[in-house]
Design a protein around this ligand. Sequence first.
Ligand code: NI
Length: 180
Amino acid sequence: MTKYEIVLHPDQKLKKKCLPISEITNEIRSIGMKMLETMYAAPGIGLAAPQVGVLKRMFVMDCSEKNKASEPYICINPEIKWVSERKSVYEEGCLSIPDFYGDIERPSEIRLSCLNEDGESVEYYFDGLEATCVQHEIDHLNGILFIDYLGSMRRQIITTKMKKLKKQNALLSFSGTIGV
Ligand code: NI
């Protein structure tokens, strides 16, 4: 299975509110599988559809520990039903903003309802890393990035560095094309 190319910040696709999925078709299932492949290859523990240029309400996640059985989730039209008052801080990163990290505070526990890849309604309770990951991915579906929680100064610095990186990437792929 081929992988998607991951959309890098800054990009308008990462700022959009994504649309709900009305029907779980084979196409949606194969987008989910391809997103999982892309996430594992990166490697990452979560990936939202807009990060691969698909502006739909879907994300994939696998927070299982290394060398343990994998625990892949494909979550469609996810909705957070409850969050705890207790908060935790995790150092977050994002596949769309590689090599930048920030301490973000979010509710420690959540209840999530969504559809799975078979179109069944499912509800999950998550805490720890998974709770943080789900909230980070749902933010993506609403056009929010973790850097939006950082101070504007830090966000500016990261965005400027990312713009530079993207320019370099574009130059590299261009020289690749013409064989220089
Ligand atoms: Ni992310």
